[in-house]
Ligand binder design. Structure first.
Ligand SMILES: NC(=O)c1ccc[n+]([C@@H]2O[C@H](COP(=O)([O-])OP(=O)(O)OC[C@H]3O[C@@H](n4cnc5c(N)ncnc54)[C@H](OP(=O)(O)O)[C@@H]3O)[C@@H](O)[C@H]2O)c1
Length: 243
């Protein structure tokens, strides 16, 4: 049985990943905070075809809890894929960003994925096709059109972290890749851009629409399959051609 661990499983791209991997028969380990949504993740994953789904409520602001969570997975031998989808964003100009908020964004978007990867290594090392997918952003490729400097910086750092770990873990057979989505229909986007701004932005995308969480999840899934066995350290733009 293949096993995937998804952070941010309760919403948006992470939730779409749960659906995709469950449909493909993976056991799901889903992380999020919202208990009600976690219950839905469990029910949905099983109905999509997952042989098992375990969910954990964890606030990734407290990264020390990550190691504890992995200790509770001791009866699971192998984890084949880690999807680091949890993320936060604030629309703020630099004058308004407090250092506390800066640290919060860095913690959820950058430190927590590193903590998850670090804790998962013993499980990944037992897989015959281990894979880590981080989620950067078009913002990390250049800069955000709506979100704060902390968000852009964290997403640029995710690219550096991905490339570095691809080099370090590649010799152990663990592939580390990253997607860079452009604006994608999820609750995060609705919080960041009004419907009017989304419609305007869509006209600037060569494909003339914004992406869906399912389109992001399809690429993430592909990167975890043996068909992507020579893709390591890649930053895969999933952006409809928007540069
Ligand atoms: N949507 C876009 O346009 C877009 C574009 C580029 C990149 N991205 C990136 O894609 C990833 C997924 O984004 P999304 O659009 O799917 O966002 P979303 O719908 O807002 O979902 C965010 C997820 O992160 C989890 N999360 C947030 N803070 C957390 C915390 N402190 N501890 C644990 N979990 C936490 C949430 O869990 P709870 O709800 O349970 O708290 C939720 O499951 C993010 O890394 C984002 O930066 C998104």
């Amino acid at each position: 049985m293949r096993t995937v661990l998804v952070t941010g499983a309760t919403s948006g791209i992470g939730e779409a990943c749960v659906k995709k991997f469950a449909t493909e028969g993976y056991r799901i380990i889903g992380l999020g905070r919202n208990e009600k949504q976690l219950e839905k993740v469990r029910t949905d994953a099983l109905s999509y075809g997952a042989p098992e789904c375990r969910t954990f409520s964890i606030n990734l602001r407290y990264v020390a809890e990550v190691a504890e969570l992995f200790r509770s997975l001791n009866d699971i031998e192998v984890i084949d894929a880690i999807i680091n989808s949890a993320g936060i964003a604030y629309q703020r100009i630099i004058d308004e960003i407090t250092i506390e908020e800066w640290e919060e964004v860095m913690c959820i978007n950058l430190t927590a994925p590193v903590a998850i990867i670090k804790a998962a290594l013993p499980w990944l090392r037992k897989s015959n096709n281990p894979s880590v997918i981080n989620i950067s952003s078009i913002a990390g490729r250049s800069r955000s059109i709506s979100l704060g400097c902390h968000y852009t910086t964290s997403k640029a750092a995710v690219i550096g972290m991905t490339r570095h770990l691809a080099g370090e873990l590649g010799p152990q057979g663990i592939r580390v890749n990253c997607t860079a989505p452009s604006q994608t229909h999820t609750p995060m986007l609705d919080a960041a851009l009004s419907k009017e701004s989304q419609d305007l932005l869509a006209t600037k995308v060569p494909l003339k629409r914004l992406g869906t969480a399912e389109e992001q999840a399809d690429v993430i899934f592909f990167l975890c399959t043996p068909a992507a066995s020579y893709i390591n350290g890649a930053i895969v733009d999933v952006n409809g051609g928007l540069l």
